[in-house]
Design a protein around this ligand. Structure first.
Ligand code: SF4
Length: 405
């Protein structure tokens, strides 16, 4: 697998088929929707709707890859037809999965024959620790079989690991497993208060940043010694030693990971109609300008305050906004940087600490989660002193070797 250091914007979209799942991970972003069978985002959408969304990703947003997720996409009744359709239109399909279904070798083979590009398997622990986390006895055993099948069938896969408190003792084991089974990429993801986890995660489940520092650094060293790409998502850039800042993906860095999602199409697919099983779909909408009032003499003062809230479609003239974006001749990288700030500051309410004010990278870092500060305080912030104010989101990550898509 070729590795590159050149950083360009991702062209990967995302599709949520519906919040139906065969596991019950307590830290899931969709915990409420998965539990509530009456929730409008619970049931899977029709194949026709999923295909229309994929067609729009490819031909309106110019995406060339898509992350298909559920809930659990491997149990979507039309998954093989959807994969084949994506492949046919030039949208390389990845499935974000718990891998349980792939424990059957013939099923894994069926996915390969349908044209799946790769799998992103969520593996948060091994053995009993995993079974307890996800509420499924023998779940880990099935996952191990699934990874063995993917390895034997030469289907590429990557791993996601959510860093809950219990996961810290597992990071090194997961690294060894990834090395043994020749996984391409491992993503370590902070346990976040996003979506259904807002106001829900508890101090006993969330590790302090100081507690995760040592086991995480050890796991990164192990993986990188075998040239496996490692990404650390949503962790303040100063928590690990500076040499690991190249692995740090806050919102501004996400756009430069080709395995992450395009903010432009994500702005559309994240909206209710694109996530529910109702037949309706919204008209495609563009990425939003945020945080500045003017660019090249064009006024964005109204738009920059809106974000992607529910009222957005009603109060903003989309066509006019698209014309203004075009007329202002805004560099795409600038637009994506501002949109990253919208997501971190406005949607997810990240918090800049007192120490952040003196930090050289404060403009490209999200800071701390608000609810984290309420429990653990903000003393772990450790300002970078680089003698300059860094504005380029790729400042650190351009030193990282990444798998080329
Ligand atoms: S901006 Fe704040 S949280 Fe981010 S690296 Fe600097 S001190 Fe740490």
């Amino acid at each position: 697998m070729k590795k590159v250091q050149k950083r360009t914007l991702t062209r990967r979209g995302v599709l949520w088929l519906g919040q139906t799942c065969n596991l019950a991970c307590y830290f899931c972003y969709f915990r409420t929707k998965i539990d509530d069978k009456e929730h409008p985002e619970h049931a899977f959408m029709s194949l026709e709707k999923a295909k229309t969304i994929c067609h729009t990703l490819r031909h309106v947003y110019g995406n060339t890859a898509v992350d298909i997720q559920g809930g659990e996409p491997t149990i979507y009744p039309h998954i093989f037809e959807l994969i084949a359709y994506c492949k046919e239109i030039g949208l390389a399909p990845t499935l974000i999965t718990n891998g349980i279904v792939l424990a059957k070798k013939e099923t894994a083979l069926h996915f390969r024959e349908a044209g799946v590009n790769d799998f992103l398997v969520s593996i948060h622990a091994l053995g009993e620790a995993y079974d307890t986390m996800v509420g499924f006895k023998h779940g880990s055993e099935k996952q191990m079989q699934a990874l063995a099948n993917l390895h034997a069938l030469e289907i590429p896969y990557r791993l996601n690991c959510t860093m809950t408190k219990e996961a810290l003792s597992q990071l090194e084991k997961i690294a060894h497993l990834a090395i043994e089974k020749q996984c391409l990429v491992v993503n370590f993801i902070a346990f976040n208060p996003f979506a259904d986890q807002k106001g829900r995660r508890q101090a006993q489940d969330v590790p302090s940043y100081s507690a995760l520092k040592e086991p995480l650094q050890k796991a990164i060293d192990l993986l990188e010694s075998h040239r496996i790409e490692v990404n650390v998502r949503y962790l303040p850039l100063c928590i690990l030693e500076e040499r690991y800042a190249k692995n740090g993906y806050n919102f501004q860095q996400l756009s430069y990971d080709h395995h992450e999602w395009d903010f432009n199409s994500w702005t559309w697919t994240t909206r209710f109609n694109q996530r529910s099983n109702s037949p309706e779909l919204d008209e495609p909408i563009p990425i939003l300008m945020y945080g500045i009032k003017q660019f090249n003499g064009m006024d964005f003062s109204v738009m920059s305050e809106h974000g992607t809230k529910a009222h957005y479609m009603k109060e903003v003239d989309i066509k006019e906004h698209m014309m203004r974006l075009h007329s202002a001749d805004i560099p795409k990288t600038f637009l994506y940087k501002q949109n990253a700030k919208l997501r971190a500051q406005k949607h997810l309410e990240y918090h800049k600490t007192f120490t952040c004010k003196a930090c050289s990278v404060q403009d490209i870092c999200d800071g701390f989660h608000n609810d984290y500060v309420a429990v653990f305080g903000e003393e772990e912030a450790n300002a970078f002193d680089l003698g300059i104010c860094v504005l380029d989101p790729t400042w650190f990550i351009k030193a990282q070797e990444k798998v080329e898509e």
